[in-house]
Every structure is written in structure tokens, then in C-alpha cells.
Design a protein around this ligand. Structure first.
Ligand code: GCU
Length: 332
């Protein structure tokens, strides 16, 4: 009940924030075009934020100023789950989220949280750009969530405070932060750790204060969130490849003209190409910065991690995520 109440309070708070932003913008420079509001949790130094800025610039240019994308980064409007709910309510227009918390709304999205379902980056992108990725993107239409594009979010690996993770045995007794996703919780438990869901925006403090002993994420997120200031061990077991996705609320989409939809989709597509290049470019630089920041990079043998989740894979048989897992495993 308390959790429910605090959820509503936060949602209410976000609406107040939006109203405040609207009033403030009203007092300043006014846009003559249609302004779409987009929320996400990442820092503005993150390559995925740069992609959204690219999308915004492309949209303004393509529409000759008739459409504008206003981005609210850094969890300003709430956690990913909360902003997805705001999207459903029509309080904001777009959200960039990881697909992990989406599984609470669209069970099929849980497939990305199942560890070691992708054999390689090539396999991952064949899935996303092919029939599976396209169908998954549209699965949320009856929940008022329409997918526009996926962004590269690399692979997720463990980072810890006190000791490096060399094998699943090292996770025993450790509290590991996970995203708001049942699949992530089950993965950590299968590997022997104890899973604690915490919103990304609250994680720095949770790590710092010892609420959790570690977390897992891709290199740019470890760097730009500054979690590396607290966690000095990064173990590249690369358990999952969980993409980011841009969603638009169907109420907003339905209000757009065909021309406006075209501008927006083109801007999203252009930002995907931009983002994938930027991600590749930044990979080495990110690892170098982490090392400079005192992070020890560990490259553990992945086999024990893969073995630890074999039963977990079997347990998905017959579920919605399991249905997509089968399709993914059969895809080249
Ligand atoms: C990634 C992802 C974010 C997400 C974060 C998390 O960084 O890009 O969208 O919030 O993981 O672990 O919560």
C-alpha cells in the first residue's frame, strides 16, 4: 500500500514538474511549432543522450521548425517505469527507456533480459533489425506504447565495490542492484547473488551508502553515472544485451499528421545510425577513462556464468518471453 501510494505521489510530483516546466517555458522564448516532450534517465554526457539530441536537431530541420523535441534527461521526470506510466497517461510524448522495465508492460520484452540469448553483436542486430525486432516494437500498441527505434546499449556486466566477480560463486552473499524487471531478478538469483531493484537515478547513493554491493551495466553508463567512483571492479561477463528503445505514446502519435509522423520517424532513424557509430567510436575511450578512474577491468571466463543460467533458460519455456527467446535462438 505504501509503495503504491508513493508511486502515485511520485507520478503526481512529475505532473507538477511538467506543469512547472510548461509555465516557465511560457515565460521565456516561445516555440511556434509543436513541442514534443521526451524523458529519459541518462546523463547528458551519455552517447544515448547525444542520439536524442541528434534526433531533436534533425526533427527541427526536417520540419523547418514546425516540430520540436524537448528532452528531459537524468531522471528529472522520474524512473523509467514512472515515465512509461506518464507516457500512457499522455502527460509526456516520448520516452527513451531500456527494454528491461518495459517487460512489466509488454511481457515479450523480457526476452532481452534473459542472459546469453545472443551469440554475437551481429546476431543481436539481425534480430533487432529483422522481423522479431519490428514485431516486438509494436507489441505495446494496446498499452498506448508505440516503438520508434532501438539504440545500442552494448552488453551489461557486473561492477562491484569490495571484490571482483571472477565467477558466479563470487556473487554469493552480494546484493546486486537490478533494473525494475523480474527477468533480471531471476538472473541474479540463478547466478547465486541477491537481487535488489533500484531506480537508476537512485543507484549512486545506494552504492555509496552500501545498500547494495554492486550493480551491472554497459561501460558508458558505468562511466557517465559516475558509479565507477564507488565501484572499482568491472567484470566483463557480458551476460545480457538489453537495447534501449524510444517509445511514443499512441495518443500523441494519433494526433500527428502523416507528414509529422514521417519527419519524426526519419529523425528517429537518422539518430539510430548516428548513435551506433558514436557507440563504436566511444568504446575504447570509455574503457580508457574507466581505467584512468582507477577501475580494474576483469575478463572472466563466461562459461561458468552461462552454465549457471541453463535452468533459467529452461524455465522460460511456455512463457511469452520464452516464445520470443525460441525465435531469437533460431535466428541467424
Ligand atoms: C542503461 C540504459 C538506461 C537504464 C540503465 C539502468 O544504462 O541505457 O536506460 O536506465 O541501463 O540500468 O537502469
Amino acid at each position: 500500500m505504501n509503495i503504491l501510494r508513493s508511486g502515485y505521489i511520485r507520478k503526481f510530483a512529475s505532473l507538477v514538474v511538467l506543469t512547472t516546466i510548461a509555465l516557465t517555458t511560457g515565460c521565456g522564448k516561445q516555440s511556434s511549432g509543436l513541442v514534443l516532450r521526451m524523458a529519459h534517465t541518462l546523463d547528458t554526457s551519455h552517447p544515448v543522450h547525444a542520439a536524442m539530441e541528434h534526433m531533436a536537431a534533425h526533427l527541427t530541420k526536417a520540419s523547418a521548425g514546425q516540430m520540436e523535441l524537448k528532452i528531459y534527461p537524468g531522471s528529472q521526470l522520474g524512473s523509467e517505469r514512472e515515465t512509461i506510466e506518464l507516457l500512457q497517461l499522455g502527460a509526456i510524448d516520448l520516452v527513451k527507456t531500456s527494454t528491461s522495465p518495459l517487460e512489466g508492460f509488454i511481457p515479450g520484452m523480457g526476452v532481452f533480459g534473459i542472459p546469453y540469448v545472443f551469440r554475437s553483436e551481429e546476431h543481436f542486430w539481425n534480430v533487432l533489425n529483422g522481423d522479431i525486432g519490428k514485431r516486438l516494437m509494436q507489441l505495446g500498441m494496446d498499452k498506448k506504447l508505440r516503438g520508434l527505434c532501438y539504440y545500442d546499449a552494448g552488453s551489461r556486466s557486473f561492477y562491484t565495490k569490495e571484490k571482483p566477480i571472477q565467477s558466479p560463486a563470487d556473487l554469493k552473499g552480494l546484493k546486486i542492484r537490478v533494473q525494475n524487471s523480474q527477468t533480471s531478478i531471476r538472473m541474479i538469483e540463478a547466478m547465486g547473488g541477491s537481487a535488489t531493484p533500484i531506480a537508476f537515478g537512485e543507484l549512486y547513493t545506494a552504492l555509496d551508502q552500501g545498500v547494495v554491493d554492486g550493480a551491472e551495466n554497459n561501460p558508458p553508463s558505468l562511466l557517465t553515472s559516475r558509479h565507477y567512483e564507488v565501484c572499482k571492479y568491472y567484470s566483463l561477463d557480458e551476460h545480457t544485451m538489453v537495447p534501449d528503445i524510444v517509445l511514443i505514446g499512441t495518443e500523441t502519435w494519433d494526433r500527428l499528421t502523416e507528414e509529422q509522423r514521417g519527419w519524426l520517424q526519419d529523425a528517429a532513424d537518422s539518430s539510430v545510425t548516428f548513435q551506433r557509430n558514436l557507440w563504436k567510436q566511444k568504446t575504447q575511450e570509455t574503457m580508457d577513462k574507466l581505467k584512468e578512474g582507477g577501475v580494474e577491468i576483469i575478463r572472466p571466463d563466461k562459461k561458468p556464468f552461462q552454465d549457471a543460467v541453463k535452468e533459467l533458460h529452461d524455465s522460460f519455456k511456455g512463457t511469452e518471453a520464452g516464445k520470443w527467446m525460441k525465435a531469437v535462438l533460431e535466428q541467424y
